[in-house]
Design a protein around this ligand. Sequence first.
Ligand code: NA7
Length: 542
Amino acid sequence: MPISSSPDVDAVVVGAGFAGLRTIHSLRGLGLSMRVFEAGDDVGGTWYWNRYPGARTDTESWAYCFSFDQELWEQWPFKERFTAQGDVLEYLRAVADRHGMREVIQFSTRVVAAKFDAEANLWRVQTDDGVETSCRWLITGLGWLGIAYKPPFEGADQFEGESYVTSQWPHEPVDFAGKKVAVIGTGATGIQVIQTLAHIAGDLTVFQRTPNYVMPGRNHALPDEQLAGLHDRFEETWEQAYSHVFGFPMEPANRLGGGLSDQELEKIFEAGWEAGGFRFIFQTVDDMLVDQRVNDAASEFVRGKIRSIVKDPKTAEMLCPTTHPIGGKRPPLGNFYYEAFNRDNVHLISVREDPIEEITRTGIRTRSGSHDFDVIIYATGFDAITGPLAEMNVEGLDGRTIESEWASGGQMFLGLSAAGFPNMFSVLGPQAPFASHPPVIERQVEFIEKVISQALEIGSVRVETTQEAQQDWSDQCDAVLDATLLKQGMGDRPWFLGANVPGKEPSALCYLGGMGGFIAAVDAEVAAGFPGYRFSKEPARL
Ligand code: NA7
């Protein structure tokens, strides 16, 4: 066998969401041929599948898009502070059309396996249409939230009403008017569904296991004057997003809460609460996620707000998080979420006190009794971060599979390269920065472009990250996590630490060192000539 037989295409890209589209742009810049496989029948990825009522971004719209196309950004009619799902999709469609990306995308095609051919230094990618495609470079853009987690409730199949999983929502409109609806789950998704359906359903019962710190989003339409002012601030917006710890278009607080009095903190928190969105966490003080006293004060502040908004004191107490600090679970953004519980048609059941025992033919039976419903909605989350790639049957060197490598926690150098899986890059792999996804995606893809470019320049047909580089990055992920208060939320099963799916081993599945730490790390890797990678012109000895 030649060491480098010709592949069908230079690159296969999996997924046509934010990551896939951004990758197409970069690979084209390198002059590579490619085929992109997308399971959906349109672009959008996570935003294609998660079309449940109320779905919208939690990052301000003007930074929940790409920075690589300045002209489009300066023309794009951002409609609201936080973009609704359909509008995110419209934006991604516009990107795909404007850049002629659809011609390389094969829709309605799922990758079912990928195997590295170590003799030919190629990936062989199998799709569900029975075709095999070989490529030098395999780039996955699967997102963190592609595999739904649905708890195996006893009797779930016998329910005779309608049931929906939020991330597998039908394309046709669902009519909730006058219906008795149950929502299981109160993460970022459940909150958006609940606050929306409260005004539509006849009766809505929320099954909550862990209450969250729901920040008020304070979403609003963007009037023309504001939009015009925004469009003048391309450089400033992206400078903010790329230097902000979580990739948000906002300045940091530039002050620490640790040295402030309780009264001073209260005043600052009040302003942050009014500002809306994640500004309560990131524009009030810069140490909320690392200083216990500050975090305790912030958590108590939010509980105070819940008690002041929710009229029924018993319901208010049920909605108050007490078992994890702010940030210990990913805080959702609400828009009049707590207010929804003041409506007569909205009811709350705490499944900690009253567990779900069975889904019946007519509804849900908890320990205390039966509740009949017309519709059950599962907003129960995802096998996040590692799930999508582990499910793709990826086999690297020596028969090593991603699924088995990640059995006790996913590791990837810079959140994109796994040792033993040459010529493969995963945009938003495990241990990518925990930050707003579009800026992370853009910086990761730019880095991948540089690695491939280096390989092309020196004629390398195999590029593999080293075990040492992967371990070192993983150690950094552990160290940063340990420096925060976030592990205190572990008992409440945060998905970003892999703790939400029974049987999944919790670990530092993301890098919490912020965009700045990540950008510094990739810049250093490039400047040093890619010490974290082995570039070989011949196959390594197996
Ligand atoms: P999350 O944040 O994982 O939320 C899932 C919710 O489902 C959460 O409230 C869970 O309670 C609940 N859940 C899971 N299993 C059960 C069982 N067995 N019984 C009752 N309730 C259960 O997923 P989301 O889709 O809301 O959000 C994921 C991300 O998408 C989000 O953070 C954004 O980045 C976008 P628990 O909290 O585990 O007690």
